[in-house]
Write a protein of this length. Sequence first.
Length: 138
Amino acid sequence: MSTSLTGGCLCGAVRYESSVPPVMTGNCHCRDCQRASGSAYAPTLFAPSAAVTITGEVKYFTNKGSSGRAVSRGFCPGCGSQLFGTVEQMPGLLAIRAGTLDDPSLFQPAIDLFTSRAPAWDFMDPKLPKFPEMPPRD
Ligand SMILES: [Zn+2]
Ligand SMILES: [Zn+2]
């Protein structure tokens, strides 16, 4: 992936830039990501929060993930685009929705997670490692 990732929301009010490449990537098929995205899964990359510069107002909605820990999803209050996420279990990392990248082809998902929640119409890349729930932490 490129070392500089830029992107933004649909209306253009929110922009972001990461000065470093992602440290982790994956497609999350959990029910919360389905609801929040209105789609089958959330293609997500993680970058160190400190390396990401965000301009524009971002509103966060917080609830508890399957682990019982807080998950916050950030969106543009003007157009509703889902852009960011933070997970209590992963402090210091900012999740970025790959569809908001200026060049979404830079995204290379490494895994599929929460695949047990996926509907039958959710086609997945057979080459990617699959985790029915959260991948085990090492
Ligand atoms: Zn917007
Ligand atoms: Zn999810």
